[in-house]
Write a protein of this length. Structure first.
Length: 135
């Protein structure tokens, strides 16, 4: 299963050539990732039960340029490719209509902010992330 989130482009996302700046893609992917994390058990920092997560690695492949257009939103599709003991891997694509423009891989680590160290995923977290698992 994939989570879909539409991210609205802003004027500030473009560089002087009118392209969406390469660094802005990280924020666009983050918007999609945070929408999914907001639905997950314990995925957000500051949760009352101290079950947050941190990003350990983020990699982006740029597939096609995007020219800024007023009102343009990109479709972010996010899914899980691996669930481990303390971490999981999210994959995502950004698309302009039917055209994929970027691909992202993000490794997230379950983290205790009280203990300041990684922690094992809870059964409810594992079940949630496994529901988005694609081979």
């Amino acid at each position: 299963m994939r989570a879909t989130h539409h991210v609205q482009l802003r004027w500030v996302d473009a560089d002087t050539l009118g392209h969406v700046n390469h660094a802005r893609y990280l924020s666009l992917f983050e918007d999609g990732r945070m929408a999914l994390l907001a639905e997950s058990p314990g995925g957000m920092p500051g949760s009352p039960d101290d079950r947050g997560c941190i990003a350990a690695r983020v990699a982006v492949d740029y597939l096609a340029p995007v020219l800024y257009r007023p009102g343009l939103s990109l479709r972010a599709e996010t899914w899980v490719s691996r669930v481990g003991t303390t971490s999981w891997t999210l994959e995502a694509t950004l698309s302009d209509g039917d055209t994929p423009v970027a691909r992202c891989e993000c490794i997230l680590v379950a983290y205790s902010y009280v203990d300041a160290k990684p922690r094992p995923l809870g059964d409810d977290e594992r079940a949630f992330w496994s529901s988005y698992l694609e081979a």
